[in-house]
Design a protein around this ligand. Structure first.
Ligand code: ZN
Ligand code: ZN
Length: 361
């Protein structure tokens, strides 16, 4: 049985909970996970019994034929995917579970109109739950995405003439080019390059601000390989670091190390978050860390499980999560260190190999 067929059967067994029901996957990443189809328009209908059907439109007919393996079927809808699902599912009985996070209200209403006799039941984490545990092939793709991002970063540091005070945008553009040249598929997110006081904005967009001596420079970037993402952050300093910059970097590194040490199968996400937050609290810096400690990565750059104070997730062997505490001092600057970490039965393996020291530019 193919890997994807096994995933579909596992999904049905988990989703049905003893009752008969079909599953409709509509998130692009879930459709890819369950069928291999990488196109941007389509849905996967998985009936309680019998083969699954990928529903897409004429633009993707040839691509779907190459990517979707039997026993899964392909249906080319002539009037959009909703009409296509209605054609394929016309004879089905029982409820249809769908991904609550990805179906729009408009599409939900159209589906109910197209299939008035069918009960559509929203379910959170329907496919995402299954996607959280990576198999060996998925792990290898993530490892390659990490390696592509790391070598792009190394080449970037060597290639940029830092003494010419390049702008954040110059550096971001050069980093994007290195990531693509190094083998990344379309980037999973636009790299963040934030200098000086702007590094205190956790999700800054690169601007024309020049990077000057004395600036902290925060770079958050990732690659994607075979659909799987990496997500890495390193913080640098232009010229000689000031004592406060060295201090907050050391505190973030300690928090990041404590969080990675807390990772193992069975650890609650909020306990890992607490390990990072507790380390910062000992230095009086927990008030300067306003986001969660990490998130799962995979076909999406943000997926489960979550490492945050409110997380209800428990880590399982095979999860791959980011660990990314930060300290942000408004008006001065910020530091974040982000690694990608594989959860194992008795501990963890950090996939990122880049040094974590404060990097001088
Ligand atoms: Zn990141
Ligand atoms: Zn991240």
């Amino acid at each position: 049985m193919s890997r994807r067929e096994a995933r579909r059967l596992g999904l049905l067994a988990q989703a049905q909970g003893g009752e008969q029901g079909a599953v409709l996957a509509t998130a692009r990443s879930s459709v890819r996970y369950l069928s291999g189809f990488t196109g941007s328009a389509g849905a996967l209908w998985i009936p309680a019994e019998g083969p699954a059907t990928l529903v897409t439109d004429g633009r993707y007919e040839e691509q779907a034929g190459v990517e979707v393996e039997p026993p899964a079927l392909i249906h080319i809808g002539r009037d959009g995917w909703i009409r296509g699902v209605a054609d394929v599912a016309a004879d089905a009985s029982g409820p249809t579970l769908f991904e609550a996070e990805s179906l729009t209200v408009a599409d939900y209403e159209s589906l109910r109109e197209a299939l008035p006799g069918m009960a559509f039941v929203p379910r959170r984490n329907l496919v995402r739950e299954l996607r959280q545990v990576k198999d060996d092939e998925e792990l290898r793709a993530i490892e390659r995405a990490v390696a592509v991002a790391e070598s792009a970063f190394d080449r970037l540091l060597a290639a940029v003439d830092w003494s010419s005070s390049p702008t954040e945008r110059d550096v971001a553009t050069a980093l994007e080019a290195e990531l693509r040249r190094g083998g990344s598929d379309p980037l999973p997110f636009d790299p963040i390059v934030a200098a000086g006081e702007r590094s205190a904005l956790p999700h800054a967009t690169p601007t024309t601000r020049p990077i000057e001596a004395g600036d902290l420079v925060l770079l958050d970037f990732g690659a994607s390989v075979d659909g799987y993402c990496s997500d890495i952050t390193r913080t640098c300093v232009r010229g000689a670091a000031e004592p406060w910059q060295i201090d907050i970097h050391a505190c973030v590194l300690e928090a990041q190390t404590r969080a990675r040490e807390a990772i193992r199968a069975g650890a609650p996400g909020r306990v890992v978050d607490g390990a990072a937050r507790g380390a910062l609290a000992r230095h009086g810096l927990d008030g300067s860390f306003g986001h969660g400690t990490g998130h799962g990565i995979g076909l999406d750059v943000h997926e489960g499980p979550s490492l945050s104070a409110r997380s209800e997730d428990t880590l399982r062997a095979g999860n791959v999560v980011t660990v990314e505490p930060g300290v942000y001092l408004p008006g001065r600057g910020g530091v974040r260190i982000e690694d990608d970490v594989l959860v194992e039965e008795a501990g963890s393996r950090t996939l990122t190999r880049l040094p974590r020291a404060l990097i001088g530019l």
